[in-house]
Write a protein that binds this ligand. Structure first.
Ligand code: 6PG
Length: 470
């Protein structure tokens, strides 16, 4: 630390802010954190590693004054108005050339607005996605920065130092202009919703075959040692073993099935439709969280429609294999749809998102990290302009290998009445995507029939309208 000034400041010392700041200090940077709540500033200093420079202050101006110039400061506060409030309170304190980072889950349109607002004042504003939860923040998250390159140059060494590493490579890279960092994080979360839903479907499919929590643990543990290796499969294996401290049950069995959400999955679906790009696995995952909230109605409907579905016809071992492949297939389709969305959005919204780098950044630290991302990194190295990873020969080979068992699982789920919306959706999307000719010629005919919306022909170029015989 030169002239007793700090290298980096944090606004908001909640779980994420505190852990990210401690991580930064562990990498040799002197850090200062602000929070109005003095128990949080004290908790920050108490948790510092011996020999690191960590200070907590309850006065924002005091913090800003003690930062080296250009100042580099991050806020980790709830998305929405709190971010705007922090910006307003910083404005009298910062100077031209300072870099303000929003490390929370802000909507990218808010980030765009803030970038422009602060650009007029010659202050850099960066929207940076941070993934990995509490543990990731402390030991190495995946970091998705967007904004202007000049600002990124100021924070690059610090972000690289604190990020997760895969094969020695930092899980952070410049991911594009203006709101790109938050856009990539939003889509990351959409994929997160999809994969979580698919895993929950695999869980219910296996439960229907009679697997108990210990067997589910063993199954997911084994899966995590193979092609499905991923953070989410790994933690799922652990979850089955957790005992409840209030009863003799396993904790999972006493957790309510109403799923919460903070909105990032919904944003992904909403924005996909704006582009437009089809992300039905993500859409169905968002919808299933919504359906999970209809508890009272579901209780009534379950009485009205109670019916024993068809029994699972294959052996338990075979079923486990089939469900494995279906989960693998659905997971690949989730990434494919999310990445196709980034590909499209990068162009439509002029963000210049380098897709190979986005995929590479997700390989470590984040919630959707998985072995599969190595396969996608290879695909993008060969062809950075791939509109959809399903068009890559390597990806096609693994999708084809899992396709048969996915069909078997989807068919069985339908016959047995087991809800598996996202698995079904992934297969439905796949079948449409691989159709050289879809049935949408009929939709064009209907549109022209009732609304003279015109259509194109397969044999003659131009736009046509027909006076349909009716
Ligand atoms: C991450 C997570 C993180 C958070 C989600 C939860 O990458 O670390 O995505 O940002 O856990 O926002 O979102 P829901 O509450 O909407 O499930």
């Amino acid at each position: 630390m030169s002239s007793n000034l700090f290298d980096f400041g944090m606004i908001g010392l909640g779980v994420m802010g505190r852990n990210l700041l401690l991580n930064t200090a562990d990498h040799g940077f002197s850090v200062i954190g602000f929070d109005k709540d003095e128990t949080k500033t004290a908790a920050l200093e108490a948790a510092a590693t011996a020999g690191t420079t960590v200070k907590g202050v309850p006065d924002l101006a005091h913090m800003v004054q003690q930062l080296q110039r250009p100042r580099k400061l991050m806020m980790l506060v709830p998305a929405g108005k709190p971010v705007d409030d922090v910006i307003e309170s910083l404005l009298p304190l910062v100077e031209k050339g300072d870099v303000i980072i929003d490390g929370g889950n802000s909507h990218y349109t808010d980030t765009l607005r803030r970038v422009k607002y602060l650009r007029d004042k010659e202050i850099h504003f960066m929207g940076v996605g941070v993934s990995g939860g509490e543990q990731g923040a402390r030991t190495g998250p995946s970091i998705m920065p967007g904004g202007d390159l000049e600002a990124y140059a100021h924070v690059k060494p610090l972000l690289e130092a604190i990020s997760a590493k895969v094969n020695g490579e930092p899980c952070v890279a410049y991911l594009g202009k203006e709101g790109a960092g938050h856009y990539v994080k939003m889509v990351h979360n959409g994929i997160e919703y999809a994969i979580m839903q698919l895993i929950s479907e695999a869980y219910t499919l296996l439960k229907h075959a009679g697997l108990n929590n210990d067997q589910l643990h063993e199954t997911f543990k084994t899966w995590n040692e193979g092609a499905l290796q991923s953070f989410l499969v790994e933690i799922t294996a652990d979850i089955f073993l957790q005992n409840d401290d209030k009863t003799s049950a396993r904790l999972l069995d006493v957790i309510s099935d109403k799923a919460g959400s903070k909105g990032t999955g919904k944003w992904t679906s909403q924005d996909s439709m704006e582009l437009p790009v089809a992300v039905p696995v993500i859409d169905s995952a968002v919808a299933m969280r919504t359906v999970s909230g209809y508890k009272d109605e579901r209780v009534k409907a379950s009485a009205i429609y109670a019916e024993a579905g068809a029994a699972i016809t294959v052996s338990t071992d075979e079923w486990i294999k089939q469900v494995h492949d279906a989960l693998y297939f659905g997971t690949i389709l989730s990434y494919a749809q999310g990445l196709a969305m980034l590909f499209q959005a990068s162009k439509e919204l002029a963000m210049d998102i380098p897709l190979p780098d986005a995929v590479s950044v997700w390989r470590g630290g984040c919630i959707i990290r998985s072995t599969l991302l190595e396969t996608f990194t290879t695909a993008y190295k060969q062809s950075p302009e791939l509109p959809n990873i399903l068009l890559d020969a390597g990806v096609a080979a693994i999708v084809k290998a899992a396709e048969g068992n996915t069909r078997a699982v989807v068919a069985q789920a339908a016959l047995s009445g087991i809800p598996a919306a996202s698995l079904m959706s992934s297969l439905a999307y796949f079948d449409a995507y691989r159709s050289e000719r879809m049935a949408t010629n009929l939709i064009q005919a209907q549109r022209d029939y009732f609304g003279a919306h015109t259509y194109q022909r397969t044999d003659i170029s131009g736009t046509f309208h027909t006076e349909w015989n009716h």
